[in-house]
Design a protein around this ligand. Structure first.
Ligand code: AMP
Ligand code: MG
Length: 400
């Protein structure tokens, strides 16, 4: 059996970045930028006021009252005429300031009497003025190629006029759960049946990692149904993610059906707990990630191999799961010599991350999984890790 790191590398190599397309900025969240973005304008785009107040020269304001120019300059107005000698110009936040102005005296500290304005305290040079280009210079790179676009990046792209924007196409993922026992979440299970919890979870994980997810009907544990799944794979789907049917039972039909349909098995079985039977295969441009059915196994395997596949297909330059280092609050011990991922609660304390393993009944224990926000990685050669040890953690949900 191969190790987790080897399996991750196999997934990475098998997943080419999807083609580049120009998309509306409104559809760019979570996509990976395919070119450097420079702004075509300075930011701020002109000398502007940071306050509602009076644009003045500092020496004149220090000497005494200034003559107030009638009217005011609002955000969106064209630049006003230059400041005359001894003059104060009323400006609103975001308004262009007149040439010659050296500071803005906020209304709160200005006294205004019969067309004259004076400052309670003499302003210093540059106070409350934002200079053209002080934050961003036109032509300078704002966003690097390869960045996975988050909300702040959309703000920068919009500032730069990058709409539409060149990104890699999103990975197109089909999610199929398998198991004759499964009924949808809105159904009442009959005898021997249970609700499909993997389908909704996996679709959400795919979307959170920048992919599009199509959820198919549950596939029964019948050879014809399972074969059809693989015969239909590919087309406009980059990655088929399944759950269930990959271990060694009589009704674990997926690996054989995949091979029968012409898939080349890149791995089947990884030395890890949970998730040992996980499978990954390829046929031409079509990829298959076969996750075990147990919910926690499915989740952990997706957070490792699914994350790698989606990142790589999305065009992330350094794809794959990220681990955070945290200090163990309690010792953990594990069974056997397999890399183990243990449900845990990760806490961001004062300046440090700490992590506490959860008691879990096993890979079916959805209640423990529901309390966890991370999984502690216990290396294959460690049977236990002592309290206080620094450990790697896989995030299962975003930290608050
Ligand atoms: P399998 O990997 O198909 O042997 O499934 C292992 C266990 O996970 C069985 O107890 C299944 O009933 C359960 N299971 C499989 N698929 C799902 C699913 N989609 N949602 C919830 N439990 C599942
Ligand atoms: Mg099954």
């Amino acid at each position: 059996m191969i190790r987790v790191a080897e399996a991750l590398e196999i997934v990475r190599r098998a997943c080419p970045a999807r083609p580049v397309e120009r998309v509306p900025l409104a559809d760019a969240l979570g996509r990976v930028l395919a070119e450097d973005i420079a702004s075509d304008v300075d930011w701020p785009p002109f000398d502007t006021s940071a306050m509602d107040g009076y644009a003045v020269r500092v020496a004149e304001a220090a000497r005494g009252a200034l003559a107030e120019r009638p009217g005011l300059v609002a955000a969106g107005d064209p630049p006003p005429p230059p400041l005359a000698a001894g003059e104060a110009v009323r400006v609103m936040t975001g308004a262009p300031i007149p040439d010659g102005a050296e500071a803005v005296v906020p209304v709160e500290t200005a006294r205004r009497e019969k067309g004259a304005v004076s400052a309670e305290a003499p302003p210093s040079k540059g106070e409350h003025i934002r200079r053209k280009g002080e934050s961003v210079r036109a032509g300078v790179r704002l966003l690097p190629k390869g960045r996975r676009l988050a909300a702040p990046d959309l703000a920068l792209a919009a500032l730069a006029g990058a709409d539409p924007i060149a990104c890699h196409a999103r990975p197109r993922v089909a999610v199929s759960v398998t198991g004759s026992e499964l009924v949808p979440a809105d159904a009442t299970p009959g005898p021997g049946q249970l609700r499909d919890s993997n389908g909704p979870m996996l679709a959400a994980l795919v979307r959170a990692r920048g992919g599009t997810a199509t959820v198919r009907r549950a596939v029964a544990d019948r050879p014809d149904a399972v074969r059809q799944l693989f015969e239909e794979a590919g087309g406009d789907v980059d990655l088929l993610v399944t759950s269930g049917g990959v271990s060694a039972g009589d009704l674990d039909l997926l690996p054989e059906a995949a091979e029968h349909a012409g898939f080349e098995m890149l791995f089947h079985g990884v030395a890890m707990r949970p998730g040992k039977p996980v499978a990954f295969a390829r046929r031409d441009g079509a990829l298959w990630l076969g996750l075990p059915g147990n919910p926690v196994s499915s989740a952990v395997c997706f957070q490792l191999f699914g994350a790698m596949a989606l990142d790589a297909l999305s065009g992330v330059p350094e794809p794959g799961p990220r681990f955070l280092t945290a200090r163990l609050e309690r010792a953990v011990s594990v069974r056997g010599r397999r890399e183990t991922f243990r449900d845990a609660v990760l806490t961001a304390g004062a300046g440090a991350l700490s992590v506490c393993p959860l008691e879990t009944l096993g890979s079916h224990d959805l209640a423990a999984y529901g309390r966890a926000n991370a999984a502690i990685r216990v290396p294959a050669d460690a049977e236990s890790l002592p309290e206080g040890a620094l450990v790697e953690c896989l995030l299962l949900r975003p930290l608050p």
